[in-house]
Write a protein that binds this ligand. Structure first.
Ligand code: 26Q
Length: 789
C-alpha cells in the first residue's frame, strides 16, 4: 500500500512526498485503493457477460453516497492496511479521511437508500448498474446566520473525484422539443434541441471484494464544437452560450425533497438521465442478443420513485420508433422490465407535469403516454386516467407501466393500496407488494462505529457484517453484567468523541453522561421537529419550577436542512436555534438541559452522531413517514427509539420488542378521524396547561425578545390548522419522554434494552431488502449460484 500511495503521489499528482498536502495524500490513497478495485470489477463484468445473467438497472435521480474512502477500504478488506500505510508515511489517517467532501447527490432518505442498495447489490454479487446524474453541485451547504438557515452552493467537483473513470467514448444524443411527423403509421420526432450525455463510472465493490458493480452517472455536454466563429468575432459570451446551456442540465440537484412543481429543467433532468440510461442498456443488450421480445428475461429496471417514470414511454418509443415493434407488444415488453418503488403518500409530493409543458419538451412522449392510457383503459374500462386536469400523473403512469409496484414498509404498502392507488389496486390486485427498507451494515455499523463493531466481532466473530441476523447471538448477553459494561463503554467512548466535536462546531459544552437525544432528518412539518422543540421548552419550564428535582440530564441534538423555499420549515429551524440560545445560557438548568443544532447535516455528520445517540426521535405523524431509514441506523447502533406507529417504526418495534421501544401518539387511523373533528387543535391546546404555557411563552417573545412577533404565524397555524397533529400528540409525547427519563436512570437496565435493539435489528440489513427485490420483482440473482429464473 505504502509504495502504491507513493507511486500515485509521484506519477498521478506530480509531487514528491515532502511537498504533498493532505489533499494530495487523500487523492493518492484513493487512487491506490481504486487500483485494487479494478481487477475485481473487470472479473465481475466478464463473468456477467459469460453467464448471460440477468442485469439489474437501478434508475435514481439521487445517490447520496457520502464519503467513500473508509467504506471502499473496508469492503476491500484493506481498512487496517490503509491506515498503517498512511501512518508509516508520517501522515494523519483521520485528517486524510476527513478531507474528503461528501458526495451529496441526494436530498435524504430516497437518495441514501439508493446508496445502501448499491452496496448490497455488490455484496450479494448481483450484476447491477446504478444510473443517475453527476451533478456539478450536490445538495446545498447549510449555514446559520442569527439562527436562520442560509444556503450556499456545494462544490465537491472543484476537487478531483478520485473514484470515477471518465468514459468520453460513451455518449448519447438526448433530444428535446420540436414536433412529431406521422407517415404511413410511423412517427418521426423532429427535435429542436440536442444535448450529449457522457458517462462517468464509479466502481462499487461489495464486502470482501468478491463482486463489483458500476455506478454510472451522466453529465450533460453541448453536442457541437466550440463556436470559434463567434469567438473570433469577439463575441465571447455567444461562443460559450450553447455549451453553458447544455451543461445546466447536470448542474445542480433540486434541493426540495417533496416537489418543486412544474419546473421545466427538472423534467429535462429526468428525461436526460433516463433516456441515456435506457440507450446504454439497450446497446449492451443488443451487443449480444437480437430478440427484443426476450428483453425482460435479461433486463430488470427499477424506478426509484416516479422521477425516472418517463422510462416507460421512452423505452416504448425506442422499441416502436427505432426498432419497429407494434405499440401494444412494446408496452407489454416494457412492463415486464419495469418495477416502480413508491416513497411517499404526501399529495404535494406526487409528481405531475402539465400537458403543455410535456408537449413542449417531449412531444413524442406525450403521444405515447396517450397511447398507453388508451391501451390500458381499453383493457380495463373505468380505469383511472393517466392525464387528469391537463396534467400527466407520473404515479399512475409508473403504476401502469410496471409489473410490480412496491411500498417501503409494511404500513406504507398497505396505505398505498388504500389511498393513492386505490382504484388501480382494485384493477391489479397483485401488483402492489411490500419491500421494507434496509440499511447497509458495512457503513452503518462496521465503519461508523468502531468501538461497538470491535466488541461485537470479539464476541461473535465478523460473520455479522455480511449476515446481520447473526447479531441475534447477542441476545444471550443481555443478562451478562460484564458484557453490558463493555457495551456501555463503547457507547460512552462515542459520546466523549461527539462531545468534543460539539464543542468545536457549536461552542457548546455538553456532558457525556447526559442522555444524548437525537433528531436528524430533513426539516418537515410531518416529521414534527416542532413538537420536539416544544417538548424541550416544556421540560425546561419544569426543571426551572423545581431545579432541585431528580432530573435526568439531557442533550437535545437536532440536525437537518429545510428546502430553500419551505417557509414554515425555515421558521422551525429559527425557533430551534432561538430556544437553544436561551436554554444554553440559563444557569438554572445548566447541565441538566442543552440544545445543539450543528449546521449542515449530511451523511458524514450522521456517521458521527448515530453511534453516540442514546435516544432516537422518530416522531412523525402516523401515516406520513413512508418508512424512515435513520430509525434503523439508530436502533442498530444501540439507541432506543421514542416513536409513533409510523413507517418502519412499526416493524422495528416488533423486532426489538415493545418493551424496548417508547411508543406514543395517535395511530394512522386515529389521525384520519381526529382531523375530521372541528377545532381539534384548539381543544387539544386548551386541554393541556403544559402546552398552553409553552405556546404562550413563544408568543410573548421569550425566545426572541428582539422581535416578539417572530413566531406568531407559526403558533397561529397550530391553533387553527395543525394538519400534522402536533397539539394532539403533545401530551402523549411528553409523558413518553418522562418514561424515557426514568428508564435512563438505571444504567444497566438501559444498556440491556439498548443491546436488545442491536441484537434484533439484523433483519433491517439492506441485504435482506435487496434479496426481496431480487426474488419478488427482478427475478435475478448472483451469477455464480445461477440465480436467474
Ligand atoms: C420531485 C419533483 C421535483 C422536485 C423534487 C422531487 C422530489 C425529490 C426527492 C420528491 C421526493 C424526494 C425524496 C423523497 C424521499 O426521500 N422519501 C423518503 O424515502 C425514504 C426511502 O424509502 C423513506 O424512508 C422516507 O420515509 C421517505 O420520506
Amino acid at each position: 500500500m505504502k509504495d502504491e500511495i507513493l507511486h500515485h503521489i509521484r506519477y498521478s499528482l506530480g509531487k514528491d512526498a515532502e511537498h504533498s498536502s493532505v489533499y494530495d495524500w487523500r487523492i493518492a490513497l484513493s487512487l491506490a485503493l481504486r487500483d485494487r478495485m479494478v481487477d475485481h470489477w473487470y472479473r465481475s463484468t466478464r463473468e456477467t457477460y459469460a453467464s448471460n445473467a440477468k442485469r439489474v438497472y437501478y434508475l435514481s435521480l439521487e445517490f447520496l453516497m457520502g464519503r467513500l474512502v473508509e467504506d471502499m477500504a473496508a469492503n476491500l478488506g484493506l481498512d487496517r492496511e490503509a491506515r498503517h500505510a498512511i501512518e508509516a508515511l508520517g501522515q494523519d489517517y483521520e485528517e486524510i479521511v476527513h478531507d474528503e467532501p461528501d458526495a451529496a447527490l441526494g436530498n435524504g432518505g430516497l437518495g441514501r437508500l439508493a446508496a445502501c442498495f448499491m452496496d448490497s447489490l455488490a455484496t450479494l454479487g448481483i450484476p447491477a448498474y446504478g444510473y443517475g446524474i453527476r451533478y456539478e453541485h450536490g445538495l446545498f451547504e447549510q449555514k446559520f446566520s442569527d439562527g436562520k438557515q442560509v444556503e450556499t452552493a456545494e462544490t465537491w467537483l472543484t476537487q478531483r473525484h478520485a473514484w470515477e473513470f471518465e468514459r468520453p467514448e460513451v455518449k448519447y444524443r438526448i433530444q428535446f422539443g420540436g414536433h412529431v411527423e406521422h407517415h404511413e403509421g410511423k412517427a418521426r420526432w423532429i427535435s429542436s434541441e440536442t444535448v450529449l450525455a457522457t458517462a462517468y463510472d464509479t466502481p462499487v465493490i461489495g464486502w470482501k471484494g468478491t463482486w463489483g458493480n458500476t455506478l454510472r452517472l451522466w453529465s450533460a455536454k453541448a453536442p457541437g464544437a466550440f463556436d470559434l466563429e463567434s469567438f473570433n468575432r469577439g463575441d465571447y459570451l455567444a461562443a460559450g452560450r450553447s455549451e453553458a446551456l447544455a451543461r445546466t442540465i447536470s448542474r445542480v440537484l433540486y434541493p426540495d425533497d417533496t416537489t418543486d412543481a412544474g419546473k421545466q429543467l427538472r423534467l429535462k433532468q429526468e428525461y436526460f438521465f433516463t433516456a441515456a440510461s435506457l440507450m446504454d442498456l439497450m446497446r449492451r443488450y443488443l451487443s449480444d442478443h437480437d430478440d427484443l421480445r426476450a428483453l425482460p428475461d435479461h433486463v430488470a429496471i427499477q424506478l426509484n420513485d416516479t422521477h425516472p417514470a418517463i422510462a416507460g414511454p421512452e423505452l416504448v418509443r425506442q422499441l416502436v420508433d427505432v426498432h419497429g415493434l407494434e405499440m401494444p407488444e412494446a408496452i407489454e415488453i416494457v412492463r415486464n422490465c419495469l418495477g416502480y418503488t413508491n416513497h411517499t403518500l404526501l399529495p404535494e409530493a406526487l409528481e405531475k407535469w402539465h400537458v403543455g409543458l410535456m408537449a413542449y419538451v417531449l412531444p413524442r412522449h406525450l403521444e405515447i403516454i396517450r397511447a398507453i392510457d388508451h391501451d390500458h383503459r381499453e383493457r380495463h374500462p373505468g380505469s383511472p386516467r393517466i392525464i387528469e386536469h391537463d396534467h400527466v400523473q407520473m404515479g399512475e403512469l409508473a403504476f401502469i407501466m410496471a409489473h410490480k409496484v412496491n411500498g417501503v414498509s409494511a404500513l406504507h404498502s398497505e396505505l398505498v393500496k388504500e389511498t393513492v392507488f386505490e382504484d388501480l389496486h382494485k384493477i391489479h390486485p397483485t401488483r402492489i407488494i411490500n419491500q421494507t427498507n434496509g440499511i447497509t451494515p458495512r457503513r452503518w455499523l462496521y465503519t461508523c462505529n468502531q468501538p461497538l463493531s470491535d466488541l461485537i466481532t470479539r464476541e461473535i466473530g465478523d460473520g455479522w457484517v455480511a449476515d446481520l441476523e447473526q447479531l441475534k447471538a447477542l441476545n444471550e448477553k443481555s443478562g451478562d453484567k460484564a458484557f453490558l459494561a463493555e457495551f456501555q463503554a463503547a457507547k460512552r467512548a462515542n459520546k466523549v468523541q461527539l462531545a468534543q466535536w460539539i464543542r468545536q462546531t457549536c461552542g457548546t459544552e455538553v456532558n457525556p453522561d447526559a442522555m444524548f437525544d437525537v433528531q436528524i432528518k430533513r426539516i418537515h412539518e410531518y416529521k414534527r421537529q416542532l413538537m420536539n422543540i416544544l417538548e424541550t421548552v416544556a421540560l425546561w419550564n419544569e426543571i426551572r419550577d423545581n431545579p432541585g428535582g431528580d432530573w435526568t440530564p439531557r442533550v437535545k441534538i437536532f440536525g437537518g436542512k429545510a428546502a430553500p423555499g419551505y417557509h414554515v420549515a425555515k421558521q422551525i429551524i429559527h425557533l430551534i436555534n432561538d430556544v437553544a440560545t436561551r436554554i444554553n445560557n440559563d444557569p438554572v438548568t445548566g447541565d441538566l438541559l442543552k440544545v445543539v443544532y450543528p449546521p449542515n447535516y449530511n451523511v458524514t455528520m450522521a456517521e458521527n452522531l448515530i453511534p453516540a445517540a442514546d435516544l432516537s426521535e422518530q416522531i412523525s405523524t402516523a401515516g406520513k413517514e413512508a418508512s424512515g431509514t435513520g430509525n434503523m441506523k439508530f436502533a442498530l447502533n444501540g439507541a432506543l427509539t421514542i416513536g409513533t406507529l409510523d413507517g418502519a417504526n412499526v416493524e422495528i418495534r416488533e423486532h426489538v420488542g415493545a418493551e424496548n421501544f417508547f411508543l406514543f401518539g395517535l395511530t394512522a387511523q386515529e389521525v384520519q378521524e381526529r382531523r375530521l373533528q372541528h377545532g381539534f387543535a384548539r381543544a387539544a391546546i386548551e386541554a393541556s396547561p403544559r402546552l398552553s404555557r409553552v405556546l404562550g411563552q413563544i408568543v410573548d417573545g421569550v425566545f426572541c425578545p428582539d422581535e416578539v412577533t417572530r413566531y406568531h404565524e407559526l403558533v397561529g397555524n397550530l391553533y387553527d390548522h395543525d394538519y400534522f397533529l402536533v397539539t394532539c400528540d403533545f401530551d402523549s409525547y411528553f409523558d413518553a419522554q418522562r418514561r424515557v427519563d426514568v428508564a435512563y436512570r438505571s444504567k444497566t437496565g438501559w444498556a440491556a434494552m439498548a443491546l436488545k435493539n442491536t441484537a434484533n435489528m439484523g433483519w433491517f440489513s439492506s441485504d435482506r431488502t435487496i434479496q426481496g427485490y431480487a426474488r419478488d420483482i427482478w427475478h435475478a440473482g448472483p451469477v455464480n449460484t445461477g440465480g436467474m429464473e
